[in-house]
Unconditional design. Structure first.
Length: 217
């Protein structure tokens, strides 16, 4: 009772606001207000990434639109230390897991250690950790590591994205993930260049099965 009263007092003194529209949130309203969520188009169809003649399913919660609410929220999450936005998205992404069978492990797409030092965290790991907590799974955050400190891919052409990132990752040989079904987590999948580079490394495990889970594509 006292704790609930304390929380109510805090909300009166420091009211929460929606990170998208900045309006004051109602009591018990989700992080992103319902009005803003209604303006975030949901992805109703799964997509496929073809790598070396093999198809990999991509499951996402939202459609990606440049300068849309989803992209702006992702930008705040990645670059403005708003991990709570990542956890919000992770809860939405968890609703896609019923389509992915027999997967025990989640692998977040890694970022270079220099970028992680500046940003303070890897956004894919934040989401992977929350999804694992909600679904009794395990995060393997050091199976893949990034060796190339490339700049943002967002403004590059499709050709340049693939050519500049194809050798950006390495796999840690200390793991035995043969015959496993793994979930690869990233924030946005557009051209699929980053995911394809990760798949290239993970295919070193025998009889591996991969599913890709993201916020938007």
């Amino acid at each position: 009772m006292k704790l609930e009263l304390f929380r109510d007092c805090l909300e009166l003194l420091f009211p929460r606001s929606c990170p998208s529209c900045k309006n004051i949130s109602l009591k018990n309203e989700p992080l992103v207000c319902l009005k803003c969520q209604s303006d975030m188009p949901k992805q109703k169809q799964n997509s496929i990434i073809n790598h070396n003649g093999k198809n990999y399913n991509v499951y996402s919660s939202y459609k990606f639109h440049r300068k849309g609410r989803v992209q702006k929220l992702i930008h705040k999450f990645k670059y403005n230390n708003h991990k709570e936005i990542g956890e919000f998205f992770a809860e939405k992404m968890s609703t896609q897991l019923h389509q992915i069978e027999n997967a025990r492990y989640i692998i977040p797409v890694p970022i270079h250690w220099k970028k992680k030092k500046i940003r303070g965290y890897n956004q894919s790991y934040v989401m992977a950790k929350k999804i694992a907590e909600l679904n009794n799974m395990k995060v393997l955050d050091n199976v893949l590591y990034r060796v190339d400190e490339s700049k943002s891919q967002t403004k590059k052409s499709r050709y340049n994205r693939f050519s500049q990132i194809e050798d950006a990752f390495r796999v840690n040989k200390g793991f035995n993930l043969d015959n496993e079904h793994l979930i690869l987590i990233d924030d946005i999948v557009t051209t699929g260049a980053t995911i394809s580079a990760c798949i290239q490394q993970l295919e070193s495990f025998k009889n591996i099965k991969l599913s890709i889970l993201c916020i938007a594509n």
